[in-house]
Write a protein that binds this ligand. Structure first.
Ligand code: HAM
Length: 434
């Protein structure tokens, strides 16, 4: 602070957080609108839960996961309650299920911020947002298939070209117990060579050793037995049914028996989506899986569940400019007249209002700008069409519609502009917003 009480540096948002300003925010809106429309067609309704929860709810995501042990923003409120900012979306949804006991199957979606004290870098933030779904109340493998296919359809709907689905089964708890023994037997002679981090994980959840970052740990784990050989009959039949369903729906996947995911509540089906356009370290644009014991572990009914979360910031990074074509302003209205009587229609005011009522997105300049300045603004907006009118058009009761991509121009009645614009937009190679 200076002597005058002024800070020398302007305030900034906390490290690892970001403001989302226009026009970037329009890309967020497009993702959320596409997601909400798509998942509601699969029978999912929106759920809103608090941004903070009791600490023990958050801990249900796993005592061995970094997310819980190292990254939780926890605090005591003024009455000394132990609370935490939500680091992920699943535990809060299951807490809500356990609290309200809605009829099953319960299929909900969310769009919410999550908080993790991570080292910020491109694609990794301390506040990130997820679009996600959770479904509770059935072990039917077709639910797994539908959940995965829905995420796949979403990536296609927003135009993410290079996305790969990796699929695994973590088996049932008893399969994992047998596997755990085998894994511990394999690791025992290597114990001293593992990193401190991995040695800690051995005791809590040796499966997480496959997530190790240290090159030596990774090398050691190359030779480890994999869970696949330990799947029991039920888990194997479930996994086979999931794979068959994905094949039937034409969703391509690769099997990855080392995919363990970073949270502890998973069993049976787990999956992750990787964007080929992103660096390998941060290329997961979504992931999820089954968590059949989670509701019971929160004191609720023993209802199974499955879901996924998609990282919005990361997905937008992966999409690059793919969404932009859909976000263009439909029409920029330009008044070509030199003298405009502000009390008489038609005007930029009335023409814009009518086109908006017809469902188009419309912009214009304010402050009675020159024709040249209006064109410049239309350019800056990257509008798809200009709607122009001068003395002649006003007298004839028409407007000129100019396609700003092709330069083609047509004179039509104002009420015909919307259908013309829609027809042209339908002809564009970019698929319309789903
Ligand atoms: P997760 O894999 O931890 O799963 O996160 C889901 C997605 O959120 C990741 O694939 C990534 O795109 C994004 N993400 C995670 N952390 C960050 C970060 N620090 N910065 C930017 N993006 C991030 C879960 O959270 C589970 N709750 C998913 C789930 C739902 N499983 C079952 N249902």
């Amino acid at each position: 602070m200076s002597a005058t009480g002024q800070t020398s540096q302007p305030f900034r948002s906390p490290i690892g957080t970001r403001d989302v300003l226009p026009p970037e925010s329009a890309r967020w809106d497009a993702l959320v609108a596409t997601f909400s429309d798509l998942v509601s067609r699969w029978g999912f309704s929106r759920l809103l839960t608090p941004v903070f929860e009791h600490l023990e709810v958050v801990h249900r995501a796993g005592e061995s996961s970094d997310v819980v042990t190292k990254e939780v923003y926890r605090f005591a409120d003024r009455s000394g309650r132990e609370l935490a900012l939500r680091p992920e979306g699943t535990a809060p949804v299951v807490r809500s299920f356990v609290e309200h006991r809605p009829p099953t199957p319960w299929k909900v979606w969310y769009f919410a911020p999550n908080f993790r004290y991570e080292r910020p870098q491109k694609g990794r933030y301390r506040q990130h947002h997820q679009l996600g779904v959770e479904a509770l109340g059935t072990t039917d493998p077709w639910l797994d298939v539908e959940i995965i296919a829905m995420a796949w359809d979403f990536y296609q709907a927003v135009g993410l070209g290079g996305v790969e689905l990796r699929l695994n089964s973590l088996g049932d708890p008893e399969d994992r117990a047998a596997y755990r023994e085998a894994l511990l037997a394999y690791v025992a002679p290597h114990l001293g060579d593992l990193s401190e981090e991995s040695q800690r994980r051995v005791d809590i959840n040796p499966l997480r050793l496959f997530d190790a970052k240290a090159p030596n740990d990774r090398e050691i784990m190359q030779g480890a037995p994999t869970l696949n050989d330990f799947l029991g009959g039920d888990a194997r039949a479930h996994f086979d049914a999931v794979r068959s369903g994905l094949d039937q729906l034409g969703v391509p996947y690769t099997l990855d028996d080392r995919l363990v995911r970073g949270l502890d509540y998973y069993m049976r089906t787990t999956f992750e989506f990787a964007a080929t356009s992103l660096d390998a370290a941060q290329n997961a644009v979504g992931g999820g899986g089954r968590y059949d014991g989670l509701a019971a572990s929160m004191g609720g009914p023993d209802e199974p569940g499955i879901g996924f979360g998609i990282g919005v910031e990361r997905l937008l990074l992966a999409l690059g400019s793919a969404l932009d074509a859909r976000l263009r302003t439909d029409v920029f209205v330009i008044d070509l007249r030199r003298d405009v009587d502000p009390t008489a229609a038609p005007s930029v005011l009335t023409v814009s209002a009518e086109l908006r009522r017809d469902g188009l997105s419309v912009e214009h300049t304010y402050d009675r700008r020159s024709v040249k300045a209006q064109w410049k603004a239309a350019d800056r907006h990257d509008a798809r069409f200009a709607v122009l009118f001068g003395e002649r058009e006003v007298a004839a009761g028409t407007v000129q519609v100019k396609d700003l991509d092709s330069g083609e121009q047509a004179e039509v009645a104002l009420q015909d502009v919307a259908s013309l614009v829609r027809q042209a937009a339908g002809d564009d190679s970019a698929p319309p917003l789903d």
